[in-house]
Design a protein around this ligand. Structure first.
Ligand SMILES: [Zn+2]
Length: 145
């Protein structure tokens, strides 16, 4: 058995490439690094967005109090604001999850493969939408359901 295997640890080579769709150029190291940056930036953005939405929610709940002496129109509009903040937070959470998922795949070297059909997602699509884990065809199929 070669010494590397006997130690039980697979040396973790940095991921430098991912599958591409037919007719696409292979990934360059720079492009791979950009995707990683983009995913990290996206996760940070989403975490921030969740924080902001949650802080906004906390404020709204505080203002809400027991509603004493408040104009009913005011109460109505703050309920509306609350719903909005909640869906913002929810959205951001979903996007964060997608980005984390994509990042996990990235780190494990299985990034760029459609999780539904197993075909390459395609570099063009990933550069526009780095957190994609499905190819366009599968994504569209899913959205039609
Ligand atoms: Zn697919």
């Amino acid at each position: 058995m070669p010494p590397a295997q006997r130690r039980g640890a697979t040396p973790k080579a940095p991921v430098t490439s991912f599958p591409v769709a037919e007719g696409e150029e292979p990934w360059t190291e720079e492009e791979v690094a950009e995707i990683r940056e983009e995913l990290l930036a996206e996760m940070a953005r989403m975490e921030k967005a969740i924080e902001v939405a949650e802080a906004g929610l906390a404020d709204l709940f505080e203002d809400g109090g027991d509603g004493a002496g408040r104009d009913p129109a005011d109460v109505g509009s703050s309920n509306f604001e609350r719903d909005q903040e909640m869906s913002l937070a929810q959205n951001a959470r979903e996007m964060l999850e997608q980005a984390q998922n994509a990042y996990r795949l990235f780190e494990s070297g299985s990034y760029g493969i459609c999780e539904s059909c197993g075909e390459p997602i395609g570099k063009d699509r990933l550069q526009v939408f780095p957190r994609a884990t499905m190819c366009v065809a599968c994504k569209q199929r899913e959205e039609r359901r």
